[in-house]
Design a protein around this ligand. Structure first.
Ligand SMILES: C[S@@+](CC[C@H](N)C(=O)[O-])C[C@H]1O[C@@H](n2cnc3c(N)ncnc32)[C@H](O)[C@@H]1O
Length: 244
């Protein structure tokens, strides 16, 4: 997972996510909560597209990911910035001797974790790295998206110079993706095959862990619209604080 795919991840995400708008929306929430931000931690930072936006705004950002290939792209992208620290780590076990004003983990990471116990380890780990008034954002692919929208469906798409087929194999508690990318290179198409497994968790299951870890203020929004979550939301954005 996220090996050769890392090198086309950016192209694909750029057609789906406006990272400038995303940062503005996240910072609006921070402002509403009167949060003063200096130090940011980005968990599962991937190729650093979101990281770059925060660095451009002169925040100090530490970021990590489990995939060396994703990090290789991130290193290149973020080379010119001084106020950053990038390392390889697992969200369940990362260990940094620092506390942050803002912690983020966006786009799918929680659904890659195999068990609720793994999610608890991750949330516990984040909790320890937060100051008393810090904010933590993470997202969850909804049950609706994984079961009903992706389900056992096949998608065929063409974006920029990438043609891809996306096959889904839905099982009770997880869903397997098999994605075949065909990338135009001069007179031929290069094929990259990506297989992934995402685990399905209900909002109730996640919220039980959130309570258990000790977060006192819990809000959630539809991540695509930044409005109230509804039955057909694809992605839930959790906004957590240690204090009410
Ligand atoms: C869809 S990408 C999102 C990347 C990035 N957050 C972004 O905004 O584009 C999901 C990332 O989660 C990372 N990941 C998955 N499991 C992880 C784990 N246990 N610890 C750290 N990173 C993980 C993957 O390597 C991948 O880079």
């Amino acid at each position: 997972m996220y090996k050769e795919f890392s090198y086309i991840y950016d192209k694909l995400m750029k057609t789906q996510v406006d990272y400038n708008l995303l940062v503005l929306n996240l910072l609006k929430i921070c402002k509403k909560n009167n949060l003063y931000i200096e130090d940011i931690l980005e968990c599962a930072m991937g190729t650093g597209m979101l990281t770059e936006k925060f660095l451009e705004k002169n925040f100090n950002v530490d970021g990590f990911d489990i995939s060396s290939d994703m990090l290789a792209v991130a290193y290149n992208r973020l080379e010119k910035f001084q106020n950053k620290n990038i390392f390889k780590a697992d969200v369940r076990y990362f260990n940094i001797d620092k506390k942050y004003d803002l912690i983020l983990c966006l786009f799918d990471c929680v659904n890659y974790l195999k068990t609720l116990n793994d999610i608890e380890k991750f949330l516990n780990n984040v909790y320890i790295k937060m100051k008393e008034d810090s904010i933590f954002f993470f997202d969850l692919n909804s049950e609706y998206k994984l079961k009903k929208y992706l389900g056992n469906n096949i998608f065929i798409n063409e974006q920029m110079d990438i043609f891809y087929t996306w096959e889904n194999f839905f099982k009770k508690t997880y869903i397997d993706f098999k994605i075949n990318f065909f990338i135009k290179e001069k007179n031929f198409y290069k094929r990259i095959e990506e297989t992934q497994r995402q685990y399905i968790y209900s909002e109730e299951e996640i919220e039980k862990i959130i309570q258990k870890v000790g977060f006192k203020k819990v809000e959630k929004l539809d991540f695509d619209t930044f409005e109230k979550v509804n039955k057909k939301s694809y992605r839930i954005l959790y906004i957590l604080k240690k204090q009410k």
